[in-house]
Design a protein around this ligand. Structure first.
Ligand code: URA
Length: 210
């Protein structure tokens, strides 16, 4: 598999994903599993964060020890389903700055249109992690990354739960520099743009809407 796409094959990730796919899983369990799996995916997605060394005193001696370098992580949720991944990632990176991007699809042009954007300042100086559970067509993900790059971001990773080949290809063409981390690469999109076999509408399943 290319460096552009990382599938996290850890047994705990795969087990939790199967429970999330099952349609009889309750909203409460889905939410809990999403929180747990986001920790494991976030651990992988953030493994290339830069480190620097500082001097500290342990109870026994002085030493130089690694800490995260530079400005805090910018965590960007693509509304609304991205919000389900925020809590877990914020447990890993509690000082992260958080931004939100909202896009809808224009029915005439089928292109994503921005309706909301509030992101941290100094994106050019921060590592950026974009979160959205379902990488389906890739149109909104690619548009969100366009928008972040327009604001200076250049060190960007993308975390999702499930990806479709169409979405991965769209992102690879539009943003070959953005590494995608996912729990699984599914078979295809159906004619309504749902990932198959998938898990349904991630937003509806995590928020209990229909
Ligand atoms: N968004 C979802 O929530 N589910 C899909 O299968 C595709 C896009």
């Amino acid at each position: 598999m290319s460096e552009h796409l990382t599938i996290v094959e850890h047994p705990l990730v795969q087990h939790k994903l199967t429970l999330m796919r099952e349609k009889s899983t309750s909203t409460a369990s889905f939410r809990q599993l999403l929180r747990e799996i986001s920790l494991l995916l976030g651990y992988e997605a953030l493994k290339d964060l830069p480190l620097t060394e500082i001097a500290i005193d342990t109870p026994l001696t002085e030493m130089r020890a690694p800490v995260l370098a530079g400005k805090k992580l910018a965590l960007i949720s693509i509304l609304r389903a991205g919000n389900g991944l925020l809590d877990g990632i914020l447990e890993l990176a509690p000082a992260a700055r958080v931004g939100f991007v909202g896009l809808y699809r224009d029915e005439a042009t089928l292109k994503p249109v921005q309706y909301y954007c509030k992101v941290p300042a100094d994106l050019a100086d921060r590592p950026v992690l974009v979160v959205d559970p379902m990488l389906a067509t890739g149109n909104s993900s690619a548009a969100a990354v366009d928008l972040l790059k327009e604001r200076g971001a250049h060190d960007i990773r993308f975390l999702c739960l499930l990806a479709a080949p169409e979405g991965v290809e769209r992102m690879r063409q539009a943003h070959p520099d953005v590494r995608i981390v996912t729990a699984a690469l599914d078979e295809k999109l159906n004619d309504k743009g749902y990932i198959v076999p998938g898990l349904g509408d991630a937003g509806d399943r995590m928020f209990g809407t229909k």
